[in-house]
Design a protein around this ligand. Structure first.
Ligand code: HEC
Length: 267
């Protein structure tokens, strides 16, 4: 019995201790899933910088476009008649020109109804980077927004790694520092002992095209976009939740009067 209790306690406590460990030093992403401008900016950066390696195989362009405020289907534009068609066509053009860079098997630009697949086959990615670039469809849920945000800000130069970089939240990562042009290069600097551990901080030693504040916005928008794609329905789910609560409250009132009616003759 004691043995079983110990096993149970370990099983219950282990995940919390692991979580405590991995959530240390994460910066808060402060994302807003209702901010269409942020989601559109995130989508643009994702298609330009990330989709070359990563799939978002659970998402389709047209659904994504509608959710981030660029509906490509006339019925979803909130307009009627000719205007609905015009808005949808203009959005479709915008999405095709700015967000769709892959081609289908026949070499034609990918259709807006397609899944968001990456341009390189997984086996080539595994050969080049040591690990295949994982599908990022669910990364917003598996890692969480703060982790993604901190991860994209934590690449630093490490000559011991084949890619020349390492990452403080993902040690020995296989992914190169894709956004180096924007952020620049960071180095890990030690500051001697602090509470028994060696305190290390990241320092920007070679600035990129963007200021730190501008880079933070790009990374926040990318994180916002990946959090949205990991559960597109969350934009609607919370709204339905409110309706469900209102409906249930009505039933409580009805149930109360029904109870009164049933019990009125029993004293
Ligand atoms: C050159 C190919 C390549 C590009 C481009 C790329 N990645 Fe990666 N990425 C990888 C590889 C490879 C891994 C797996 C790393 C490992 O397992 O060591 C990875 C891992 C990740 C992970 C961690 C996934 C997990 O849960 O383990 C995230 C998040 C991520 N990439 C986001 C991005 C974002 C955002 C961009 C665009 C700014 C991007 N990647 C661009 C190759 C790439």
């Amino acid at each position: 019995m004691r043995k079983q209790l110990i096993t149970l306690a370990t099983v219950l406590l282990l995940p919390t201790s692991l979580m405590a460990n991995s959530s240390a030093h994460l910066e808060s992403a402060n994302i807003d899933l209702h901010n269409h401008a942020s989601l559109q900016n995130g989508a643009k950066y994702f298609m330009n910088y990330c989709q070359g390696c990563h799939n978002l195989s659970a998402a389709r362009y047209n659904r994504m476009a509608t959710d981030i405020g660029l509906p490509v289907v006339p019925e979803k534009t909130g307009k009627t008649g000719d205007e609905a068609g015009k808005v949808a066509d203009a959005n479709a053009k915008l999405v095709a020109e700015n967000l769709v860079f892959t081609k289908d098997e026949e070499g034609k630009p990918t259709n807006l109804g397609s899944l968001m697949h990456s341009a390189i086959p997984a086996k080539d990615a595994a050969k080049w980077f040591g690990a295949p670039a994982p599908d990022l469809s669910l990364v917003g849920r598996s890692r969480g927004a703060d982790w993604i945000y901190t991860y994209l800000k934590s690449f630093y130069l490490d000559p011991k790694r084949p890619t020349g970089v390492n990452n403080t939240v993902f040690p020995n990562v296989g992914m190169p520092h894709i956004l180096w042009e924007l952020q620049g290069w960071q180095e890990l600097e030690g500051h001697g002992e602090h509470d028994g551990h060696e305190a290390k901080t990241l320092k920007l030693t070679k600035p990129g095209k963007m200021s730190a504040a501008e880079y933070d916005i790009v990374v926040r928008d990318l994180t916002n976009f990946l959090t949205y794609t990991s559960e597109p329905a969350q934009l609607h789910r919370k709204k339905y939740g409110v309706f469900a609560m209102i409906l249930l409250s009505i039933f409580i009132v009805l149930a109360y009067f029904l109870k009164k009616e049933f019990w009125k003759d029993i004293h």
